[in-house]
Design a protein around this ligand. Structure first.
Ligand code: PMP
Length: 422
């Protein structure tokens, strides 16, 4: 990434960066770019949810949503999201408010009760490992750490995880029980898995009979351009390849309607769905069907979701464009940074010279700009190159975002030129 500079040129750039940083630190900023949260204006788009279901308490099939039962979730909300998540409606569960909870529960259930196709529970095995495409989502990694599941990093490519590495590890090592995938507009680098990647994931041979793909399609409908990305249907590909029980599909309305107050979904093969329903039956007498009805009334159908996501896009796209514009103006041609230009999702990945990410984050924090900790995008918080920074532009307003990204660029110049001068 670095370009050669003469000693004079470098010292001039470093002096300027130091001055800019002093100015920045003197401004008393208090800005936060850490988590991918919707901004209040995005939440306002779903304000009608707060007055629904407006006295109605009967679902389309006559179910009284105020009462217990209906573990699979309301048909009308499953019908809307079957299309969005590429899961046949009969194999889709509508559950609680969080897909992360469903992922957590699937891990716990797999540890404690035998999965379809498995010989024993995961907890009875000496070693359990998951493949973790990097950079990835810190909360996936936190779940693995929580349950003592070893994490094996796999590099990402522009088409998804490096499949040659994935195929070798999954074929050779029976302790490899799963892989984390965010297949569309991945967190954090915005990658969309290619059809070839999906086909290889579905068809590869696995040493573990109970190998599972945790397909976290959190950004299935979250486009930032006129050309929504389409990904191949993993569940169908697994069935066709003779591995029908391989995929666990997750999704939620957290970044469609209300974050943490939406509806989460699980889709899989009939055998896996029965396995999860059986386990969930011990855990709950039924999901919050009032919320599910409210969501079905508000979103109406898959076209309703698409129209709603266009309104989300109108709010988000200018923020992503602003990030790209400032990074280009401030860092383009310096050789100090590369960044992603995502076509959807919630994040921009900024890559700085090796050994600089932690220091950039530290300097930014000192100047009042809080970023996701460097390393969070890697298992055990350890980015071996110390080069990846995740930017979450959704929450701040445009004026704050502008200040934050300009400030971040100053920190990158400061740390990058300091390293070159050292
Ligand atoms: N998966 C990914 C990839 C995410 O980025 C997020 C939110 N940041 C979640 C899951 C959390 O989803 P939920 O609110 O449904 O638990």
């Amino acid at each position: 990434m670095t370009t050669e500079l003469s000693a004079d040129a470098l010292s001039g750039l470093l002096e300027q960066a130091r001055k800019d940083y002093q100015d920045l630190a003197g401004r008393g900023l208090s800005l936060n770019l850490t988590r991918g949260k919707p901004a209040p204006e995005q939440l306002d788009l779903s304000a009608d949810l707060l007055s629904l279901p407006a006295g109605r308490h009967t679902a389309a099939d006559g179910t009284d949503v105020r009462n217990y039962g209906g573990l699979q979730g309301l048909l009308e909300i499953r019908e809307i999201f079957a299309d969005v998540l590429q899961v046949p409606v009969g194999q889709l569960l509508a559950a609680g408010n969080s897909s992360l909870e469903l992922m957590h529960d699937c891990l716990v259930h797999a540890l404690l009760s035998v999965l379809p196709g498995a010989e024993s529970r995961w907890v009875d095995q000496e070693r359990i490992a998951f493949l973790c495409p990097v950079p990835g989502y810190d909360r996936h990694f936190a779940l693995c750490e929580r349950f003592g599941i070893e994490m094996i990093p796999v590099p990402m490519t522009a088409e998804g995880p490096d499949m040659a590495v994935v195929e070798r590890l999954v074929a050779e090592d029976p302790a490899v029980k799963g892989i984390w995938c965010v297949p569309k507009y991945s967190n954090p680098d915005g990658v969309c898995y290619s059809d070839a990647t999906v086909a290889r994931l579905a068809a590869m041979s696995a040493a573990a009979p109970d190998f599972r793909i945790f397909w976290d399609n959190a950004y299935a409908a979250h486009h930032l351009t006129d050309e929504p990305a389409e990904i191949a249907d993993l569940l169908a590909a697994c069935a066709e390849a003779g591995n029908p029980d391989r995929a666990f599909v997750f999704g939620s309305t957290s970044k469609i309607t209300a974050a943490g107050a939406g509806v989460a979904f699980f889709g899989s093969s009939p055998a896996n769905v029965q396995w999860l329903l059986g386990n969930n039956a011990k855990r709950s007498i039924g999901p919050d069907k009032v919320n599910q009805l409210r969501h079905a009334m508000f979103l109406r159908d898959a076209d309703g979701v698409r129209a709603h996501m266009e309104r989300q896009r109108a709010l988000l796209q200018p923020k992503f464009e602003m990030v790209a514009r400032i990074l280009e103006t401030e860092l383009g041609g310096t050789g100090l940074a590369r960044w992603t230009d995502p076509k959807g999702g919630y994040f921009v990945t900024l890559e700085v010279p090796d050994g600089c990410a932690k220091e950039v984050v530290r300097r930014a924090a000192q100047a009042g700009i809080v970023l996701t900790p460097a390393g969070a995008t890697h298992p055990y918080g350890d980015d071996p190159r110390d080069a990846t920074i995740r930017i979450a532009p959704s929450y701040p307003g445009l004026a704050e975002l502008e200040q934050a990204i300009e400030g971040l660029a100053v920190c990158v110049r400061l740390v990058g030129y300091e390293q070159q001068a050292a």
